[in-house]
Design a protein around this ligand. Structure first.
Ligand code: TYM
Length: 329
């Protein structure tokens, strides 16, 4: 069985972009692949965090993994810091990543361009740690949204660099980016990605949003004056984004079908249909979340996951250190 790995960095509440671009696919793939899904809490602290808020977000993230349908009996679900080898291999990766490569990473470049102050070394070297997260499990596939593809490409380069220098150490992983929903845009500004670090909450639907609030966000989504439900990212980015959401929450219903369904109908009617789909999805997730958050399933899931993941990761770290001559044998 091929192995798949992915993670989410819960620096805030999980949102619809995380669900559509990533989490939904983890659930779909768990029957077909050996799935490892982790919570990237080392990556969280690359930007300043309030400790009590971070702790709540981590717990919510595990609860949401389960509420969205990840099954701990099929998938290995764990906290990154519970598998200590990630950080150690991350350091080794860092020592093999060129500054030029890190300088090209768009997430860091975007932050630099915004003149954000107090950016840290952790943020800069984050892609090397992400490479370690993936390579330490010899993952075949990495399902991610569009924005993370560049990091997986760097991971591939690093795997090849190690294999060339030290012999066959790592599997070279492939990013899996879905055709629909790999880049869900902000509802209030469809030129920007839906993101937890949005300046305003209006453009971002959180998985735990009150349903009325979520509905209002969809109904107030920025569109255009062309009054035609058509997939045209250049001229109708807002409508195209809503179509991505609608399609993805309707088993990837083709855009032509959506165009047909709403031909001659107003944007109000289309937005209502999108809002219904979003609320339907959120309601199911939130009902399961409420059962999970008060149970001990989170603790047992993480214990079981950390044990399984550590067995694979610790062995790989040992192999790497031996290959690099770092151990006295
Ligand atoms: P993060 O936490 O920013 O995002 C988690 C996943 O959600 C996807 N995503 C989106 N997809 C579609 N539309 C959006 N608006 C949207 N926003 C986010 C992301 O592409 C991602 O798949 N560095 C990673 C976490 C990580 C990781 C890893 C992932 C750490 N190590 C190893 C895979 C493998 C991150 O910050 O994702």
């Amino acid at each position: 069985m091929k192995r798949m790995l992915s993670g989410i960095k819960p620096t805030g509440q999980l949102h619809l972009g995380n669900y559509i671009g990533a989490l939904k696919h983890f659930v779909e793939y768990q029957d077909e692949y050996e799935m490892l899904a982790f919570i990237a809490n080392l990556h969280c602290i690359t930007m300043p965090q309030d400790p009590s808020e971070l702790q709540k977000n981590l717990t919510d993230c595990v609860a949401l993994y389960l509420a969205c349908g990840l099954d701990p009996n099929k998938a290995t679900i764990f906290l990154q810091t519970d598998v200590k080898s990630h950080a150690q291999l991350g350091y080794i990766m860092c020592c093999h990543t060129y500054l030029g490569e890190l300088n090209r990473m768009t997430q860091f470049k975007d932050k630099m361009a915004k003149n954000e102050t107090n950016l840290t070394g952790g943020l800069y070297t984050y892609p090397s740690l992400m490479a370690a997260d993936i390579l330490i499990y010899d993952a075949d596939y990495v399902p991610v949204g569009e924005d993370q593809k560049q990091h997986v490409e760097l991971t591939r380069d690093l795997a090849e660099r190690f294999n060339h220098k030290y012999g066959d150490l790592f599997k070279v992983p492939e990013p899996l980016v879905s055709k629909v929903g790999a880049r869900i845009m902000s509802l209030s500004d469809p030129s920007k990605k839906m993101s937890k670090s949005d300046d305003s909450d209006k453009g971002c639907i959180y998985l735990l949003d009150d349903l009325k609030v979520a509905r209002k966000k969809v109904m107030s989504a920025v569109t255009d004056s062309l009054a035609n439900v058509k997939y045209d990212v250049v001229n109708q980015p807002g409508i195209s984004n809503l179509m991505q959401i609608y399609s993805s929450l309707s088993n990837d219903l083709p855009f032509e079908e959506i165009e047909k369904e709403f031909a001659g109908k107003g944007y109000g009617e289309f937005k209502k249909a999108v809002a219904d789909k979003v609320c339907e999805t959120l309601e199911i997730i939130q009902n399961r979340y409420k059962e999970i958050i008060d149970s001990n399933i989170i603790e047992t899931t993480l214990q079981q996951g950390a044990k399984k993941a550590s067995e694979i990761a610790d062995k790989k770290l040992d192999d790497v250190q031996k290959a690099l001559g770092m151990e006295i044998i």
